[in-house]
Write a protein that binds this ligand. Sequence first.
Ligand SMILES: Nc1ncnc2c1ncn2[C@@H]1O[C@H](COP(=O)(O)OP(=O)(O)OP(=O)(O)O)[C@@H](O)[C@H]1O
Length: 182
Amino acid sequence: MDNDYNDENAGSLPHNRDGVGQAAGGTEPVEKQGLTEAIEDFSEMGLRDDLLRGIYAYGFERPTPIQQRAIKPLCAVRDTLAQAQSGQGKTGAFTIGTLHTLDLNERDCQVIILSNTRELAKQTAEVVSGLGQYMNVSSMACIGGQAMRESMEALRRGVQVVVGTPGRVLHMITNGALRTGR
Ligand SMILES: Nc1ncnc2c1ncn2[C@@H]1O[C@H](COP(=O)(O)OP(=O)(O)OP(=O)(O)O)[C@@H](O)[C@H]1O
């Protein structure tokens, strides 16, 4: 595939539901829109100031290769497939990309991050809090093993970013505590 990326260049592939690498609702390849070009500095990504501050405070100085390519399409709310080896900064990439898109005036859930283990969900929730520390973002780990009532009450109070494991998240959606309408 001409416009695919793989682990060797640690890139990202934004695509829509109609075709890989195509602009949503259009035919212009995302490459022509500059969405897949590597951006070597966080400050040149057009990120919101409170997020940028959080990134630097968290200790990130320069984006890793996967972050250089994946953050921008995520900020543009494009469907994005990205792959890189373990420890290359994928969690930071999708966390930064999605935090940028939040409407902080809206208290309901806007982002759901699914992890395959409870431990990973907890770690990712910490990354969300760390990178979003100046955004006053509400987030939680919604994982099995926690008291059901606690999860439900937290969600009903309003959580903008939910990081969870599939079983508990599905449970919260089906019982109406986690609303996915937005
Ligand atoms: N831009 C950056 N600058 C400095 N450190 C970073 C940067 N991005 C990520 N890190 C750090 O590198 C480590 C690995 O990052 P991360 O967990 O995001 O990788 P990953 O690709 O999601 O890994 P895995 O595949 O194991 O889940 C973490 O300690 C993270 O804080």
